[in-house]
Design a protein around this ligand. Structure first.
Ligand code: PEP
Ligand code: MG
Length: 795
């Protein structure tokens, strides 16, 4: 650098200044440290003032180093420096940093040296090499800063990855009025439309833009102010985009009209922008459609299914800010990121801040939306919220937050903590109170990319749906059937529960039969609507699964003595390992008979009405032994025949380790297997699925005993091994066996990749996740074909 610039590091007459920046393989905006202006001391400040002829600039640079080095390297609370600046401004009766003079900065530098001495017991190191080495160490160390860990955990970036550190020559956007600094995207990170998109600030340093301390100007205005640099920037950004074949996020500085690029990285973008850009790249011949499918993060797809304010309802807009991240959310106002988690347990929360910094990351994670008074489209809040798919409004000038008193003023209204507001990050509107939201309609890009995904994937995608509404939504989202219809949810409905209780508590067979007879037509109606909604597609109906006590009132609420006794007699210490699933069905066959009758009657009614016979699959839960399935299959076949017959498949869930190991025995009596990986995880790990979270599992995840929640992402090594064994043994015994997954893992991209790898026929997940699963299944199939991994922009 010295050779190229003709300057010398540490020189008093012609100093070279350096910056030290992080360089992780996956960028984590704002999470790691940067130290600027290294190589300055009292003496170099004097030298720099002389060579530049600008004392104000030189001492501003020096005090910035003291401030940044002090907080980042020496760990001094940054507020001490800020307070000194505020006090000086008060004394001088000025409002803006830009009004500070050369002698103000000289005075500030003296104070800052004093703060450094007080806090560390040592002098600020004047030796430039010592500064550099310590700064490099501090940037490496910031890999392990709490906020960086939180960020990596959220985005599933490995803690083991580590970072590079870059040492660069400093250039100064705060050199004079012919200097500027900015951030610019090669396409809009909000919509994906081509054309430069970004912001800049005249006479400022980079951190002023990113930290959102001053509100910057749109990049178009640069065209008039810095025509040459603008043209160069446009050309360079285009070239970078073609080189990386991806949308770029570029930081630049103009020093004395000369353009410098500081860094480029794959741009964080909204799902809509990711789709738009990917489709345009395919149109432009830059990438193939398979590559487009590989580039969309499955989780990002969910963003497009986010709600918006119902356009039919007139709203009273209290203020408008920058539409920084799309989607709408209602929630209670919280002013401190530290308070979000607790408040969010009770209700949805909107984080309202003057601006956010990297230290607020936990608040952003817990909130459903973000509103900031300051900052632009590239401010911290905007970038992070966009990556998380949460609505964000930034730069809301009509908002004044009084952090100390925990109040805010919003367009003339006073807000206190707990007040409900609605933020619309798509338009920038802030509304007082809760506003009805509507589900958005996915656009053409979304449909096109998912169509490409459907062509690429091998796995089928079904949905878990228990109601006609769910079934319709699933179908709209592209589900190819219902992989799990949990019939117990039908038993919980308000009008059913009393009848279900009568059935359970009946003291004679007659009484029980009477209750079942009343339930039958209700169940039949449920099935009819679902079968009709899924016409032409398979529907897997699972017979009743949960322990009976789930339907019964708590003991203390029962007044009648004999009922109390009866309910007490049904009590079990471990109900999830007790009388549930097929164990219940075998002991109380009337329940399953009633359900099968309802299915057959519904199927016949729907066929008569629509001319299309539903594709029925009857599924038995919690089977472990061959004899269980033999008897249940016999019960099913007999009941179907009694009802006049339909064509159907009969299968079993695989939810217990024994079932997986003895899959060969079961497959001889099953047309299909469906892995209930929720129970299979619970029973394989011995983790209660209802109690582990918030207790030892949370501890395990926080302390790295486990890398991932096994109820969210399949434990491939343990539970996955059982799945693999069961598929092999099941197919060996019955080559026609159809195999799927219907636990929560069916909607999780990493688990879907595993399902593809072991050759399952389909995954089944919540209707909302169906598009995510379609994309993830395609990516799994494409990973087989092409091993060169594309590293997405980390959220
Ligand atoms: C399962 O156990 O994975 C499953 C799908 O069944 P449920 O969640 O209803 O127990
Ligand atoms: Mg289960």
């Amino acid at each position: 650098l010295e050779a190229r610039t003709g300057k010398r590091f540490g020189s008093e007459t012609n100093p070279l200044l350096l910056s030290v920046r992080s360089g992780g393989p996956i960028s984590m905006p704002g999470m790691m440290e940067t130290v600027l202006n290294l190589g300055m001391s009292r003496d170099t400040a004097r030298g720099l003032a002389r060579v530049t002829g600008d004392r104000r600039f030189a001492y501003d640079a020096y005090r910035r180093l003291l401030q940044m080095y002090g907080s980042v390297v020496a760990g001094i609370d940054g507020a001490r420096f800020e307070l000194a600046i505020e006090q000086l401004k008060e004394r001088r009766r000025i409002e803006l940093d830009s009004q500070l003079t050369a002698s103000d900065f000289i005075e500030l530098a003296g104070w800052f040296e004093e703060i450094f001495r007080e806090e560390t017991g040592a002098e600020f190191p004047a030796d430039s090499h010592e500064q550099l080495t310590s700064a490099v160490r501090a940037v490496f160390a910031s890999w392990d800063a709490p906020r960086a860990r939180v960020y990596r955990h959220e985005y599933r970036i490995s803690d083991e990855l580590g970072t590079a550190v870059n040492v660069m020559q400093m250039v100064f956007g705060n050199r004079d009025a012919r200097s500027a600094t900015g951030v610019c995207f090669s396409r809009s990170p909000a919509t994906g439309e081509p054309g430069l998109f970004g912001e800049f600030l005249v006479d400022a340093q980079g951190e002023d833009v990113v930290a959102g301390i001053r509100t910057p100007e749109p990049i178009d205005r640069m065209h008039g102010l810095f025509p040459l640099a603008y043209e160069q920037l446009e050309r360079a950004v285009g070239e970078l985009e073609r080189h990386y074949r991806d949308v770029q996020d570029v930081e630049f500085t103009i020093e004395h009209d000369r353009l410098f690029l500081l860094q480029t990285r794959g741009a964080k973008r909204t799902a809509a922008a990711a789709l738009r850009a990917a489709v345009s790249f395919v149109d432009e011949g830059v990438i193939e459609d398979h590559e487009a499918v590989r580039r969309i993060e499955p989780a990002a797809i969910e963003q497009l299914l986010h709600p918006a304010i119902d356009p039919a309802i007139p709203v009273d807009v209290a203020a408008i800010g920058l539409a920084a991240s799309p989607g709408a959310a209602c929630g209670a106002v919280v002013f401190d990121a530290d308070d979000v988690a607790a408040a969010a347990e009770l209700k949805d929360v909107i984080l309202v801040r003057p601006e956010t910094t990297a230290d607020d990351i936990h608040g952003l994670i817990g909130a459903v939306g973000v509103l900031t008074a300051r900052g632009g489209m590239t401010s911290h809040a905007a970038v992070v919220a966009r990556g998380m798919g949460k609505p964000c409004i930034a730069g809301c000038a009509a908002l004044h937050v009084d952090i100390e008193n925990r109040t805010a003023e919003l367009g003339g209204h006073v807000l206190v903590e707990g007040d409900v507001i609605t933020v619309d990050g798509t338009t920038g509107r802030v509304v007082l109170g809760a506003v009805p939201l509507v589900e958005p309609k996915p656009n053409d890009d979304f449909e096109l990319v998912l169509q490409w995904a459907d062509e690429a994937r091998a796995l089928g995608v079904r949905a878990n749906a228990d109601t006609p509404d769910d079934a319709r939504r699933a179908r709209q989202n592209g589900a190819e059937g219902i992989g799990l219809c949990r019939t117990e949810h039908m038993f919980m409905a308000e009008d059913r529960l009393p009848v279900v209780r009568q059935m359970i508590l009946a003291s004679t067979d007659m009484e029980r039969s009477a209750a079942l007879a009343r339930l039958l037509p209700m169940q039949q109606r449920d099935f009819e609507e679902i079968f009709e909604a899924m016409s032409g597609l398979p529907v897997t109906v699972r017979l009743l699964d949960p322990p009976l006590h789930e339907f019964l009132p708590p003991l203390e609420e029962i007044e009648d003595e004999s009922t109390r006794e009866r309910v007490a007699s049904l009590h079990e210490a471990n109900p999830m390992l007790g009388t549930r699933g097929c164990r219940l069905g075998l002991q109380w066959p009337g329940i399953y008979e009633m359900q099968v009758r309802a299915i057959v009657r519904a199927a016949r009614t729907v066929e008569a009405r629509t001319g299309v016979a539903p594709e029925i699959e009857i599924m038995h839960p919690l089977v472990a032994f061959e004899q269980e399935l033999v008897r249940l299959r016999e019960l099913t076949a007999r009941t179907v025949a009694e009802e006049g017959g339909i064509s159907y498949l009969c299968g079993t869930m695989i939810e217990l380790p024994r079932a997986a190991l003895r899959a060969g025995d079961l497959a001889r009596h099953a047309d299909f297997f469906s892995f209930g990986t929720n129970d299979l995880t619970q029973t394989t790990l011995g983790f209660s699925r209802d109690d582990a979270q918030g207790r030892f599992l949370t501890y395990y995840l926080e302390h790295g005993v486990l890398p991932e929640d096994p109820f969210a992402t399949l434990d491939v090594e343990g539970v996955g091994e059982l799945v693999r064994v069961a598929v092999e043994r099941g197919r060996a015994a019955n080559p026609d066996l159809h195999v799927g997954v219907c636990g929560e893992h069916g909607g999780d991209p990493a688990s879907i990749a595993f399902c593809h790898e072991v050759g399952l026929d389909y995954v089944s997940c919540s209707p909302f996740r169906v598009p995510v699963a379609r994309l993830a299944a395609a990516q799994a199939a494409l990973a087989d074909v092409n091993e060169t991994a594309y590293v997405p922009a980390g959220g």
